[in-house]
Write a protein that binds this ligand. Structure first.
Ligand SMILES: [Zn+2]
Length: 78
């Protein structure tokens, strides 16, 4: 694990940070004294869970599964 600011590996664990979607490990850099949470891929692909959640809600709201699939295909490319 390296500091995302100064790239030093003088990084210590600094408790957990609760985010909307997950609890992230928080780190403190002892070199530049900055704090950060572990980076992951979730931010980059945030829209995929969103689309799936929306599809599930549409299905619950009474749309047939084929309509939801069609909607997903048209709008999400899935
Ligand atoms: Zn640093």
């Amino acid at each position: 694990m390296r500091c995302i600011f100064c790239k030093s590996d003088c990084v210590v664990k600094n408790g957990k940070r609760k985010r909307k979607v997950a609890t992230k490990q928080s780190y403190l850099c002892t070199n530049c004294k900055k704090q950060f949470v572990e980076p992951d891929d979730f931010e980059r692909m945030w829209h995929k869970p969103m689309i799936i959640t929306r599809a599930v809600h549409q299905h619950i709201d009474g749309l047939s599964l084929s309509k939801v699939q069609n909607h997903l295909w048209q709008h999400g490319g899935i």
